[in-house]
Design a protein around this ligand. Sequence first.
Ligand SMILES: NC(=O)c1ccc[n+]([C@@H]2O[C@H](COP(=O)([O-])OP(=O)(O)OC[C@H]3O[C@@H](n4cnc5c(N)ncnc54)[C@H](OP(=O)(O)O)[C@@H]3O)[C@@H](O)[C@H]2O)c1
Length: 253
Amino acid sequence: MNDAFGLPQSVLVLGGSSEIGRAIAIQLVERRARLVILAGREGPGLEAAATAVRGAGAAEVATVAWDATDVAGHTRALEATWARHGPIDLVLVAVGVLGDQERLEHDPAAAAAVLTTNFTGPAAALLAVADQLRAQGQGTIVVLSSVAGERVRRSNFVYGSSKAGLDGFCQGLADALAGSGVRLVIVRPGFVRTRMTAGLPGAPLSVEPAAVATAVLRGLASGAPVIWVPGALRAAFVVLRHLPRRVFRLLPG
Ligand SMILES: NC(=O)c1ccc[n+]([C@@H]2O[C@H](COP(=O)([O-])OP(=O)(O)OC[C@H]3O[C@@H](n4cnc5c(N)ncnc54)[C@H](OP(=O)(O)O)[C@@H]3O)[C@@H](O)[C@H]2O)c1
């Protein structure tokens, strides 16, 4: 259960080795979360994240094997997680792959794999998560969407469309959860300097993972349904969303 200050005491991260996910988990631990469950593909990345979260002072850190593309297995995996660790106050969905757009445009199977990892898999998992949280009567879901889904660009339309799909799905799920005691918060970061963007030319208004975490914790406290990081991107996308296509198409990146 959330503590007396409304802060989560138990946190599940789907995509447990994510750098942004790790930064958020650490800041939640610093605000007194005591149990963190990192669900992801087993390997050194997941173990390193567990070590970092433990180092931040979590009383208990567990890792759970979870693959976003195992769509048929999500209900069983999440039921098992709740049976072992529940109740869980906050679930963060941090799974995602960027992919190489140029290659993906000519490799339909690889493009489908990106769409499954970023959209179909998380969407199915979110339904299973929502059922668990509804059953316990309270909880918060935080989903890392992206500005890339706000208006899909030619330069990364496979990734962007997967985020557009996930974002739309989450808007609907948030409405479906209204009145249930369960809240879903969508996070739309711009360019964040993590291994996902390593080697890419930096974009305007780039931020570090810690800045995303700070914005998420502030947004959770304020009750915001959508969190833009940095906040200036919200205004920027009011304009970008309405640009005529022939103009939008000419923008760099
Ligand atoms: N970095 C940015 O600029 C940016 C901007 C906006 C939104 N986002 C979103 O923020 C989230 C976190 O990204 P990040 O920047 O922290 O990148 P990251 O460190 O690369 O994290 C991505 C996570 O997804 C996991 N993952 C990939 N495929 C998976 C699968 N099939 N099953 C389970 N887990 C899988 C990775 O696990 P492995 O260690 O097993 O690969 C990793 O934990 C993503 O949803 C991303 O789209 C990022």
